[in-house]
Each structure stands twice: as structure tokens, then as C-alpha cells.
Ligand binder design. Structure first.
Ligand SMILES: [Zn+2]
Length: 329
């Protein structure tokens, strides 16, 4: 048999790699997240106010450790910022740069990893937005921020043509690039140096990378019609600590500029929709089955015909059809 010495040389290498494949996998995700986190941490500075930085680090580290043990429902209830907000010595009226506010929560996994109920948001925070650049220049709003039938629309929809340039609103860094077939489609989330986060959804194409630093006005993607969308538009959101701000309160879209050079976020006015949101979240729906009557549905759901009629804005005489969704709570 004609045995080429070259193959004898390769065989041990092949065996070595086969063995490596059999070893248990490490935990790359955690390491990856850690390095992402670290890359976003600010360089230590003498001038940074020590108290909030240290406190954030401690509270957030505990929260991240707890998160590993809890499911997502527990996470929703966990407010990692509560102790900071309760601390009267920390003046939240001052400008908190993004590094201080979010500290090392820097994840690409979810839009709102902070899970801060609006009731626990700070009373007021001033946001500086002088460097604002409008995400598109059409100036035409096709759908406003506000309630939808079974959910809440947390952004402003702006008319675009497929392929239009979509621009980053303020200086910042790319936190999420993702695709949701039934939701946002192709979308990008940017964390800005002024403390806000913005969302750009239904894009036809994204043109940035994770962790990329962007300047205000830089093109981050192209307008499109991906995800749950019935025509080309940009779904644009502005959020602070995960909670949405109605963009028209900050931006004059017809003029493509901010109403003011700064915006005062206040818990009661900025998050005016809080009570509506709570009501929506406590809502319960029932899908009508064959043979159902309003009386039977009311009885089955522990409510009254009058209340069902009021919640659904229908009269007692209204004919109900199988498959129809009725709000019962
Ligand atoms: Zn939208």
C-alpha cells in the first residue's frame, strides 16, 4: 500500500480536533455578554460622582445574579433602580449620563431589560437633546403613540419609502440589531449618551453593527415594510429606562427638530398613559363559542351583561358571533 507520509502527519491533528468536539461546551453567551458589558463601561474617572456609580454597580450586579435564578415574570416585578430612586441624596434632577443610568446592563436580548414600573420612575429628569437629528425627513405621521385594540402602540409611525435613509437621533451606541417576523421586522435599538434609547423598526436593511458608536444623523438602516406592517413606514420609539415617551412630546416632526433643546421627563406628565396601560394589562378577553349568549358569558366570567356591554361599547341586543373577541374584564 502506498502510504503518503503527509497523511501520517495530519492524522494526530484530526484526532485532536475530534476530541475537542466531544468536550462539553463552555458558556459562551455569558462570556460574550460580559465582554460586551465591559466594553461599554466608562473609563474610571476622578470626576465621576462616586456614590451613584458604586451603588449602581452593587445593585445591578445583585440584580443580574438574581436574574439567572428567576423567570421572566419575577424579572418584571424586580425594580433594580428602586433603592437609587429612594435615595434622596442622589439628585436625579442633575443630568445623569447614560453610563450612570444604565450602568452595566448592556444586553442585546431584550428591548426593556430594566423592568421599571412607571410608578417607580424618578419624579423628574432633564434630558439634553441639542444634537437631535430627525430619523426621516418626510415629516408625515401615519400613526400616533397610543392605545390599540388589544395592545399599546409605544411609538410614532412616520411615512418612508422603501430604501429611504433612516438616521440616528442623537450620539450613541448600537445596543440591539434584530429581526421579529411578527413584530418589529428588522429593527435597531440605540442607547444615547443623553440617557434616552431609540427604536427604529420595520427597516428593509440595517447598516450598523452591534456596539458600533454612532453620531447623531448617521444612517443606521433603510426604510422598509418588514414585520407586522401594512405599508412602508418607520416605527420610531423614544424610551427612558425602558419606558416609552410619546415622541411628539419631544419632536416637532413637521419641522424635523426638537421643540426645545432639553426635555423634562416627569413621571406624571411624560408617562400620562400609565393608568390606561394598567387597565389594558388587567383586561381579559373571551372568544365567543357557538351557542353562547351574553348572559352565559357574563356568568362564566363572573361579571354582568351590563359591564360586558360597557367594556365593548355594544348594546344588550347586539348579536354575538362565534370567534368574536369580547372584553370581559
Ligand atoms: Zn408603529
Amino acid at each position: 500500500m502506498n502510504c503518503n507520509p503527509k497523511y501520517l502527519y495530519i492524522a494526530p491533528i484530526f484526532l485532536f480536533f475530534s476530541f475537542i468536539q466531544l468536550l462539553p461546551a463552555a458558556e459562551p453567551d455569558q462570556n460574550k455578554l460580559k465582554s460586551e458589558t465591559e466594553s461599554y463601561l466608562p473609563a474610571p474617572s476622578e470626576n465621576r460622582r462616586k456614590m451613584p456609580g458604586a451603588r449602581f454597580r452593587k445593585v445591578v450586579t445583585q440584580a443580574v445574579a438574581q436574574r439567572a435564578e428567576h423567570d421572566s415574570i419575577a424579572l418584571q416585578e424586580m425594580n433594580i433602580y428602586q433603592s437609587i430612586f429612594d435615595d434622596s441624596s442622589d439628585d436625579l434632577m442633575e443630568n445623569h449620563p447614560a453610563d450612570d443610568i444604565y450602568h452595566h446592563i448592556w444586553t442585546r436580548e431584550r428591548l426593556n431589560p430594566y423592568a421599571i414600573p412607571i410608578d417607580s420612575m424618578p419624579d423628574s429628569v432633564r434630558i439634553f437633546c441639542k444634537d437631535f437629528v430627525a430619523p426621516v425627513h418626510s415629516g408625515i405621521i401615519t400613526s400616533h403613540f397610543g392605545p390599540r385594540r388589544y395592545r399599546y402602540h409605544f411609538g410614532t409611525d412616520l411615512r418612508v419609502k422603501v430604501g429611504d435613509s433612516i438616521r440616528c437621533s442623537f450620539d450613541g451606541k448600537v445596543r440591539i440589531i434584530d429581526y421579529e417576523r411578527r413584530g418589529y421586522g428588522h429593527y435597531v435599538v440605540i442607547r444615547h449618551n443623553n440617557g434616552l434609547e431609540t427604536v427604529y423598526a420595520h427597516l428593509s436593511k440595517t447598516l450598523v453593527e452591534h456596539n458600533q458608536t454612532l453620531k447623531a444623523g448617521q444612517v443606521l438602516g433603510l426604510g422598509g415594510n418588514t414585520g407586522r406592517s401594512t405599508g412602508p413606514h418607520l416605527h420610531y420609539e423614544i424610551r427612558y429606562l425602558g419606558n416609552a415617551i410619546n415622541p411628539v412630546h419631544m419632536v416637532d416632526f413637521a419641522q424635523n427638530k426638537m421643540h426645545e433643546d432639553s426635555y423634562l421627563i416627569t413621571r406624571n406628565t411624560t408617562f400620562y398613559y400609565n393608568s390606561h396601560l394598567k387597565e389594558l394589562r388587567s383586561a381579559k378577553y373571551y372568544t365567543v363559542r357557538r351557542g353562547d349568549t351574553l348572559g352565559r358569558i357574563a356568568q362564566r366570567n363572573g361579571t354582568s351583561i351590563n359591564r360586558i356591554c360597557r367594556l365593548n361599547n355594544i348594546s344588550r341586543k347586539k348579536t354575538i358571533r362565534p370567534g368574536q373577541r369580547l372584553r370581559v374584564r
